[in-house]
Design a binder for this molecule. Structure first.
Ligand SMILES: [Zn+2]
Ligand SMILES: [Zn+2]
Length: 345
């Protein structure tokens, strides 16, 4: 089988690897589509994502969908040919966080396409993968593979907004309108937000935010407008930080009203980030992080299968596996693209 393997920054080679065979309890999946995520881009261009550095040849990719190619021993609830979205994370089920119902913090988490452990858990930008049957969520025949692969970023957004609490009637600010930011907007809209404002450095991203439900869009260099948000002890009931930049988090903490909530979804650069942390105390902010997802993955796949949320506007480009380097270049260009997919047929 062919796989897109990162050998050094900005150099994916299409290598011929052995297709993994399903072990008992596993299924082999023929991967059909995979979305390029911000963390994939970070590994590709910088050789690391947040605090995780790439230390060996590494297959990227954690947002995929495909069809079941073979069943391992003991798997009876899936069938060959079935379309599935693949949850990239497999938790152990027995550590203290799994037992507490926090599987995204599992101490033995195996998250495909993440360099958080060494040897790395290889990712899914390859023609075949073998995964545990419980990582698969069946999706309807009519749902295209690229759309099904959006279950992963949608799950990230659902998890973050569950942590945010009720948005009914709330004034909400989104900082950073990349794919995750735009999906947060679409979910926040459905969740009953009253007024949604989006801020980003790029015009193109703001146009997308408007398409997905922002009532108002603001360029990040409009300092006068942004400064107004921090007057009278802040403006927004809920601020969603999805830029992953210290400047974005700075804006989020200043713009939240006293007693408001700031959810950090963005992955900041490694190390320390200078932010006005005293505002957390002075405005009694609820400053809450959000990391990956738990059971939201299955919910996300079902939402997409039932067409309850339309993420099509975000899916701007698709490339065959052989053009993976080009796909990463395009995905990196925020003036050009939003969510870029690889396809494997
Ligand atoms: Zn992702
Ligand atoms: Zn665990």
């Amino acid at each position: 089988m062919l796989a897109a393997v990162l050998h050094e920054p900005q150099k994916l080679l299409i290598d011929e690897l052995d297709a993994p065979q399903p072990q008992p309890g596993q299924v082999q999946i023929r991967v059909r589509a995979g979305g390029i995520c911000g963390s994939d881009l970070s590994y590709y261009f910088k050789g690391k994502s947040g605090d995780f550095a790439v230390r060996e040849p590494f297959v990227l990719g954690h947002e995929v969908a495909g069809e079941i190619a073979a069943l391992g021993e003991g798997v009876s609830d899936l069938r060959v040919g079935q379309r599935v979205a693949v949850n990239p994370g497999l938790n152990c089920g027995t550590c203290r966080y799994c037992v507490k119902g926090m599987p995204n913090h599992c101490l033995n988490m195996r998250f495909m396409g993440s360099a958080s452990t060494f040897p790395h858990m290889q990712g899914m930008f390859r023609q075949f993968i073998a995964v545990d049957a419980r990582q698969c969520v069946a999706v309807p025949e009519g749902l295209d593979f690229a759309m099904a692969s959006m279950a992963e970023p949608l799950a990230v957004a659902l998890h973050a907004l569950r942590l945010a609490g009720s948005l009914v009637g709330a004034k909400v600010l989104l900082v950073g309108c990349g794919p995750i930011g735009c999906i947060l907007l679409a979910v926040a809209r459905r969740a009953g937000a009253h007024h949604l404002v989006a801020v980003d450095l790029a015009d193109k991203a703001l146009q997308m935010a408007a398409t997905l439900g922002a009532d108002e869009t603001v360029l990040a260099n409009d300092q006068t407008r942004i400064d107004k948000w921090s007057q009278q002890r802040g403006t927004f009931d809920v601020v969603l930080e999805a830029s992953g930049s210290p400047a974005g988090l700075d804006t989020a903490l200043r713009a939240a009203r006293a007693g408001g909530t700031v959810i950090q979804v963005g992955n900041l650069p490694a190390g320390h980030s200078p932010v006005p942390a005293n505002l957390v105390m002075a405005k009694e902010l609820r400053y809450q992080g959000s990391f990956r997802f738990t059971d939201e993955y299955a919910v996300a796949a079902e939402e997409l299968g039932a067409h309850k949320i339309d993420l099509r506007p975000l899916m701007t480009h698709a490339f065959p596996l052989e053009e993976a380097n080009r796909a990463f270049e395009v995905a990196h260009d925020r003036k050009l693209s939003m969510k870029v997919h690889l396809h494997f047929d």
